[in-house]
Ligand binder design. Structure first.
Ligand code: UTP
Length: 420
């Protein structure tokens, strides 16, 4: 271990991160080993670059942002609907369709300590988010008489609790052979001076690297090769916190096939020009999602001839990819965005600091940054009330109250439709 320690000391000196060994002597042998491993494997050049980027402003000066065509599911003619349905349902029936649920986030806004997927919808719906999603998969398996493999992305922090939850609930009646958990990557958190923080255990403070980490995590964990073995061609990727996500979608699949694109992004129309959501557009003629922080007021308000917002298709983190697109995307590194967050850490005197305001940068890749590497993608506008019930905050907008109501209304509509 002496050698490893010396190596770590040298690296830390070079990158001015010597604080990481402040509490080393007080750690037990196992933690000492882990800390040295962490230090000797960190990409310090990358971390310095990420820190420098926090000081830069993003500029769209040289980028050409234009409107992106979309298809409104509610306005499809019967012929179009039937054509897409046939193409898509053939894929699903033949077992060529899989679902990925990204459940590696920390759910800080919700303020719930266990993995977000284990959160009970409540108010008479005694189901967790995971159970509601598994219902959707089960129903599709029955409807199409097929198997829909389910890949669940977790993080180091919540993986064990997630796996145990599934085991305890008997995988909600699904065959566990068709469920695969895989952990996403992590990056260190740094303070405003670019110093890497130490966590409560005396180790490098790490945080999940964003939902865009899904591509790298899939290839590192052999998900793509597993999918290939199973003959999977189309993969639907969404978050754990949208209880209405239409996970198995023949229309989105048929649309991509018919338009010869390798992906379909589902959208809901923006409530108003100033809603704080990212919207689909084209950047330099390639698919892109422009964030609400990036869009100009003129663009946000611009309308087409029929009075619809030109940039009105909100990205709701429900996207379908062909396996070829995933292979292509996994080869490229996505950029990291920084978020300024509250993060507990151990200070230079060995004391735990629990900040009451943001104090550290967290780095995250966003899934939609991958769209640019595709020549084109299809956009399918779906109804908000049918496919989007986000659970983000403890109260108010996008909270358990709103998500629960949307879920109950949806289930009731479905029952009524069946009975009529
Ligand atoms: P959000 O960006 O809304 O984050 O994730 P979050 O972790 O749920 O909540 P906050 O921001 O800490 O309050 C959208 C979806 O992407 C997943 C989340 O689990 C959620 O399903 N996600 C996010 C990951 O899987 N990994 C990440 O690193 C970030």
């Amino acid at each position: 271990m002496e050698k490893e320690l010396e190596k770590a000391q040298k690296i830390l000196k070079k990158y001015n991160q010597e604080q990481l060994l402040n509490g080393y002597e007080k750690l037990d042998e196992e933690k000492k080993k882990i800390l040295l491993e962490q230090i000797n494997n960190l990409d310090f050049d990358k971390i310095s670059e990420l820190y420098e980027n926090t000081k830069k402003e993003i500029s769209f000066k040289d980028e050409k942002i234009t409107h992106m065509e979309y298809v409104d599911k509610a306005k499809l003619s019967k012929e179009e609907y039937d054509k897409y349905y046939k193409l898509g349902s053939d894929v699903i029936k033949k077992g060529k369709y899989a679902v990925i649920t990204m459940a590696g986030g920390q759910g800080t806004r919700l303020g719930y300590v266990a993995p977000k997927g284990t959160f009970k919808i409540g108010g008479g719906v005694e189901k967790s988010l995971f159970e509601a999603l598994s219902d959707t998969i089960k129903e599709a398996q029955e409807e199409f008489n097929t198997i829909v493999p389910w890949y669940i992305m977790t993080s180091r922090e919540n993986n064990d609790a997630t796996e145990k939850f599934f085991e305890k609930n008997n995988y909600f009646g699904l065959n566990k052979e068709n469920i695969k958990f895989f952990k996403q990557g992590e990056l260190p958190m740094i303070d405003t001076n670019g110093k890497i923080l130490i966590d409560e255990k005396g180790l490098v403070k790490l945080a999940a690297d964003g939902h865009g980490g899904v591509f790298e995590a899939m290839s590192k964990n052999d998900c793509i090769s597993d999918m290939k073995k199973r003959g999977i061609e189309w993969i639907f990727i969404s978050g754990v916190d949208n209880v209405l996500a239409g996970l198995v979608d023949p229309i989105a699949t048929g649309l991509a096939i018919d338009r010869n694109t390798l992906a379909t992004g589902k959208s809901v129309v923006k409530r108003n020009p100033s809603e704080r959501v990212g919207v689909f557009c084209k950047k330099n003629n390639r698919p892109y999602v422009i964030e609400y922080t990036e869009i100009t007021e003129d663009m946000a308000n611009a309308k087409d001839e029929s009075g619809e917002l030109l940039y009105g298709e909100s990205h709701i983190l429900t996207n379908l990819f062909n396996i070829k697109a995933l292979e292509k995307i996994s080869k490229n590194k996505l950029p990291y965005h920084s978020a300024f967050k509250k993060a507990k850490y151990i200070d230079e005197n060995g004391n735990l600091v629990v900040p009451d305001k943001p104090n550290a940068y967290k780095f995250e890749a966003f899934i939609f940054d991958a769209f640019e590497s595709l020549d084109d993608m299809s956009i399918l506008r779906v109804k908000r009330e049918d496919e989007f019930a986000p659970l983000k905050n403890a109260q108010g907008e996008d909270s358990p109250d709103t998500a629960r109501q949307l879920y109950i209304d949806y289930i009731n509509r479905k029952k009524n439709k069946k009975n009529n």
